[in-house]
Ligand binder design. Structure first.
Ligand code: RB5
Length: 153
């Protein structure tokens, strides 16, 4: 079976969370592509959000995890890419629901909001929780309709 590859990206505010998630992935034989950044030097988060989002919508990666200071900037940028459902999560419940109800395909975390252990825990929940489908599917289709209609406005 083809291994699922996770797309990882961060700006300087999320760099340390990304590195912690990478250590967890390496220890657990989880495949990933690191789209940067590679240090705590200041960078602009939209480029990293775009790289991760493209890899997800193109199917090169199964899903993405993006980290910035709050998780908000990367989520706003990622959600501009059609097909991306990026969710900022700070706790276990919202992370689980982002998968079960929203079929989120990008998890967004904040390095100035949660610590490394919480980031690893939320990443694990995100990767292990399936979408419930059912009544939630039509709502995702309604979101897709908004995307499609927005193209011609
Ligand atoms: C960078 O200082 C910070 O604005 C960024 O990491 C993020 O929190 C934006 O939402």
């Amino acid at each position: 079976m083809k291994k699922k590859i996770i797309a990882l990206g961060a700006d300087h505010g999320g760099y340390l969370l990304k590195e912690a998630i990478k250590s967890y992935f390496n220890a657990n034989d989880i495949s990933f592509i690191d789209f940067g950044t590679a240090s705590e030097s200041s960078v602009d988060y939209p480029a990293y959000a775009l790289a991760v989002s493209k890899a997800v919508v193109k199917g090169e990666c199964y899903c993405g995890i993006l980290c910035c200071g709050t998780g908000i900037g990367v989520s706003i940028a990622a959600n501009k890419v059609h097909g991306i459902r990026a969710a900022v999560c700070t706790d276990e419940f919202c992370t689980e629901m982002s998968r079960r109800h929203n079929n989120a395909n990008v998890l967004c975390l904040g390095g100035r909001v949660i610590d490394k252990d919480k980031a690893v825990l939320l990443s694990k929940i995100f990767l292990e929780t399936p979408f419930d489908g059912g009544r939630h599917q039509k709502r995702l289709e309604q979101i897709q309709e908004i995307e499609n209609n927005e193209k011609i406005l």
